[in-house]
Design a protein around this ligand. Structure first.
Ligand code: NAI
Length: 247
């Protein structure tokens, strides 16, 4: 039997129909939390919901494009209507549109900022009042090591991820007196659909001190910790889960 340290807690995980988000939703479900699964793909929402319900916890699925302010507002309102509270918000939804700056289009820039950075604002803004009233909340934002280190060919993505860090630290200060903790997790190279086409070359592996890529479940474990009372004294931090890639 797993540690049920999130029993009776309610968690919303954005972009939880595949990859890291789905692993996070499963991890929190196994720790006893009630889960709101969200994403943009209807068919995947249904299959993810079934997988999460199979852990024995209560869960619902809500379609939501996080880049849309009103859809994010609806997501939070519907979640509160279903479960009465929200204890944990994991802002995980994210996209890449990689290119060198000379080839990077305005559309590549706007779409990445809108989903990755404005999406975090939209969902966080929507949940803040609920968490303030509860005087309890854990907000965990998935950034990236490249938000700290930068990466050629990913200026739009790195800017969005660095933006998330500044946003999170500011909110950690703003919301601390309301007992709301705001932290980031910065994954390194995790094997998911997002990174599938990049392959894992020897050069890549050589840049990772632990000598291997990471798994979605390894990010999920860190989110589990930052969602639980074990991390009550941690706020405003960026926890790297990257095999030592950026230090
Ligand atoms: P993925 O592409 O496999 O999954 C992304 C999820 O976000 C999908 O469920 C997708 O449907 C959802 N999503 C995309 N746009 C959305 C929107 N507008 N509204 C709602 N949901 C949307 O990617 P992966 O690898 O699981 O990444 C998850 C998070 O981790 C992202 O924020 C990514 O930037 C971050 N990350 C991933 C790394 C990796 O190596 N895979 C490394 C560092 C950070």
């Amino acid at each position: 039997m797993m540690n049920q340290n999130l029993k009776d807690k309610v968690a919303v995980v954005t972009g939880s129909t595949r990859g890291i988000g789905k692993a996070i939703a499963l991890e929190l479900a196994q720790a006893g939390a009630k889960i709101v699964v969200t994403g943009t793909n209807e068919a995947k929402l249904k299959s993810s919901l079934e997988e999460i319900q199979a852990t024995g916890t209560e869960a619902i699925a809500i379609k939501c494009n996080v880049a849309d302010f009103n859809e994010a507002k609806m997501l939070i309102e519907e979640s509160v209507k279903a479960f009465g509270r929200i204890d944990i918000l994991v802002n995980n939804a994210g996209i890449t549109r990689d290119n060198l700056i000379v080839r990077l289009t305005e559309e590549d820039w706007d779409s990445v900022i809108e989903v990755n950075l404005k999406g975090v604002f939209n969902c966080t803004k929507a949940v803040t009042r609920t968490m303030m009233k509860q005087r309890y909340g854990k907000i965990i934002n998935i950034t990236s090591v490249v938000g700290v280190s930068g990466n050629g060919g990913q200026s739009n993505y790195s800017a969005s991820k660095a933006g998330i860090i500044g946003f999170s630290k500011s909110l950690a200060k703003e919301l601390a007196t309301r007992n709301i903790n705001v932290n980031c997790i910065a994954p390194g190279f995790i094997e998911t659909d997002m990174t599938a086409e990049l392959g894992n070359s020897e050069a890549l592996l050589a840049s990772i001190p632990l000598g291997r890529t990471g798994k979605s479940t390894e990010i999920a474990k860190a989110v589990g910790f930052l969602s639980s009372p074990d991390s009550d004294y941690i706020t405003g931090q960026v926890l790297h889960v990257d095999g030592g890639m950026v230090m």
